[in-house]
Design a binder for this molecule. Structure first.
Ligand code: IYR
Length: 254
């Protein structure tokens, strides 16, 4: 390894802002591989769940999943998210009724066109959302579109959807790894969630997560995940290694 001129931070910045030394663990390569394989196997076992048990779940577990999700990277580190949590049966029921009303229009009044509904058919979804009553917790992730400073002025946020999308993925991952099930549910349009949960105008509902244990005998659609070759493309310059077989500049991983 040779030293390169990519010093970070530059002295001028370091003089003005605090920086810390990163202490990232370094594993032997066989351990890296084992960890990667285990993590993939764990994640490959995750499924979206639409039939929940009403068995209670400690709030501490939900809090830890939110803390994990809130470690997500975000535009300018503005952390433009708000996780709104309810286990209150009255609130959950109000959400269920409003969600079912929107979904009734989506499915039965064809706000989702026939192509869309054909795509959903293998998932067996419909406008009934009883899981919103049954699951012990509902967490609605709101995107904070902008911040409001103490003087009432608006502070711009950057890459809000990207940031909140990453946090959502990390939230789902945290729940799955602790043995809880969830669903990324978007009963669109979701403005009713701002009203029911009394959220300010700078927050917009992003996704709703019912959370709990799967119902006894819970069934899920038999789905196939795309193979690595279907999701990964490697790009190499054809002359990068003269001993390598000639390759097109872009080719699939197979
Ligand atoms: N929001 C509806 C419809 C729906 C849409 C998509 I795209 C899905 O992947 C699943 C469902 C519902 O939750 O039923």
């Amino acid at each position: 390894m040779t030293a390169r001129d990519d010093s970070y931070p530059v002295a001028d910045i370091e003089a003005r802002y605090p920086f810390d030394v990163l202490d990232l663990p370094r594993y032997p390569e066989p351990e890296m591989l084992a960890r990667a394989q285990q993590f993939y196997a764990d994640m490959d076992g995750r499924r979206s769940v639409r039939a929940f048990s009403d068995e209670p779940v400690d709030r501490e577990l939900i809090e830890l999943a939110i803390m994990a999700a809130a470690t997500a990277p975000s535009g300018a580190h503005h952390q433009p998210w708000r996780f709104v949590v309810t286990g209150d049966p009255t609130v959950k029921h109000e959400i269920r009724l409003a969600a079912e009303e929107e979904e009734r229009i989506n499915y039965l009044d064809h706000r989702m066109n026939s192509e869309w509904q054909r795509s959903l058919a293998p998932l067996g979804t419909d406008h009934h959302k009883g899981f919103l009553d049954t699951a012990p917790w509902i967490v609605v992730l709101f995107e904070e579109r902008y911040a409001v400073a103490d003087d009432g002025s608006k502070q711009h946020h950057y890459y809000v959807k990207e940031s909140v999308g990453i946090a959502a993925g990390m939230f789902i991952t945290a729940l799955h790894l602790m043995g809880l099930a969830t669903l990324t549910h978007t009963p669109t349009p979701m403005a009713f969630l701002s009203r029911i949960l009394d959220r300010p105008a700078n927050e917009r509902p992003f996704v709703l997560f019912p959370i709990g244990y799967p119902a006894a005998g819970c069934r899920v659609p038999r789905l196939q995940r795309k193979s690595l070759t279907d999701v990964m493309t490697v790009v190499e310059h054809p002359n990068a290694d003269p001993t390598a077989p000639t390759q097109a500049p872009e080719h699939d991983a197979r």
